[in-house]
Design a protein. Structure first.
Length: 254
């Protein structure tokens, strides 16, 4: 008799399955102790916005989670210089790469470039490069390549080992960039006549042009010119200034 009772009890338990365990569920009641609702067999935070009423800081239901109300849905809802990103108004840029059309990122805002056809169209301290006004530092860059000047001894147009190392490094970088043509400008210090210094600057520019061509640069993309003593890098009148002015600079052609 006792055995029969035990069997009957076991059958009764098997016939009445117990309550599912959290986070599984069958009805909202299974999730009530956790303040949640039942969605597709699992307890979730919300089904719609009404389930987020107990979360004033997160009143919107998104993907079964209560989240903060979006600050914006499109850029027009944000102020000047701001854009809408993931529901929040943020500065429209953090770097130049975030700006389109060649614009630059300045203090979180994309600023359109100053267009030009020559240096005369640009404000003081800027030059016309690729029809855009750029600062002297910007003008000496092509992509990721920073074009550094090479320096010469007094009354000399011979490339020193240091100058060759600079050109070697720049050539390796320039091989990965696209450009129309490079202008190599030769410069001198203030000593000597204008005519002599123009010729000396030309020899310096030609020395750089020939070396780059030997490294593998396309000769048709290299142009040598001379400014002589007309464009000093340092306006001083001592040896320290003259050393900075005896140089050749490489810039992309406008």
């Amino acid at each position: 008799m006792c055995r029969i009772l035990l069997v009957c009890s076991a059958l009764a338990v098997a016939a009445c399955p117990g309550r599912v365990q959290y986070p599984e569920c069958k009805t909202d009641g299974d999730c009530a102790d956790h303040g949640q609702v039942c969605i597709n067999g699992f307890c979730k935070e919300c089904r719609d916005d009404s389930n987020c009423a107990s979360h004033p800081d997160r009143p919107v239901c998104r993907d079964a989670i209560c989240v903060a109300k979006p600050q914006c849905a499109r850029n027009e809802e944000c102020g000047p210089g701001m854009k809408c990103a993931q529901g929040r108004c943020v500065p429209e840029c953090a770097a130049d790469a975030d700006c389109a059309g060649g614009a630059r990122c300045l203090q979180g805002r994309c600023v359109a470039p100053e267009r030009c056809t020559g240096d005369a169209d640009c404000p003081q301290g800027k030059a016309c490069v690729d029809r855009v006004c750029k600062s002297q530092e910007e003008a000496k860059r092509i992509g990721d390549c920073s074009l550094k000047p090479v320096y010469f001894g007094y009354d000399d147009a011979t490339l020193s080992p240091e100058a060759r190392k600079v050109l070697d490094d720049q050539f390796q970088c320039l091989r990965r960039e696209q450009f129309r043509r490079l202008v190599i400008a030769g410069h001198t210090d203030e000593r000597g006549t204008t005519e002599y210094n123009l010729a000396l600057g030309e020899r310096r520019a030609e020395a750089v042009r020939r070396y780059l061509a030997q490294l593998g640069a396309e000769p048709g993309k290299l142009k040598a010119i001379s400014y002589g003593k007309e464009r000093p890098a340092d306006p001083g009148h001592d040896e320290a200034a003259w050393a900075k002015n005896r140089r050749a600079e490489i810039v992309p052609e406008p």
